[in-house]
Design a protein around this ligand. Sequence first.
Ligand SMILES: [Cu+2]
Length: 171
Amino acid sequence: MFPKIKIYKTIIQYNDRLSSVVTNHAYGIGVVSIVIGLSFGLLYYQMYYLPESLAKPTVSHEILEPVKNTIIEMIVGSSSPEQQDNFVPKLVNIQLGIDNHTIWNNVDDTPHTVTPDHRESDSYSGEFGSSGVIKPGDSYEFIFTEEHEFEYHCDPHPWMTGKVIVTKQRF
Ligand SMILES: [Cu+2]
């Protein structure tokens, strides 16, 4: 009778040890997964997140705050296709660090847009173009920080067209 109990006891002890081994193993897998997860997280941070956050170029103070602004007016009567002048001046030559801060003022009594003919973006200021309409009395501003040459128009009145040429400072 007595040895039988001892055998049972041994089996129970063995079983206990086995289950603790299993638990430790599961715990080990958990730790390994966390470590792998963290490494991937770090890799992603270094390869994708970090370069993207550093992608915005540093632009000199002279270019971000030029000595003067370039002003373009959307004059009264621009919504009429018969009127020759709408964006005034129609062609602007802009120099970086001089007058690259550009402002379109709507002095007309009709809403207009400033929309590039083809997608145009500046690596500092982003996508060019007014989002939605510029209401009478409102304006649209854009700081060019790179050389550009493109044409734009007004969405509701496609006969309203203009051209922007941005060049480096000429001495
Ligand atoms: Cu218009």
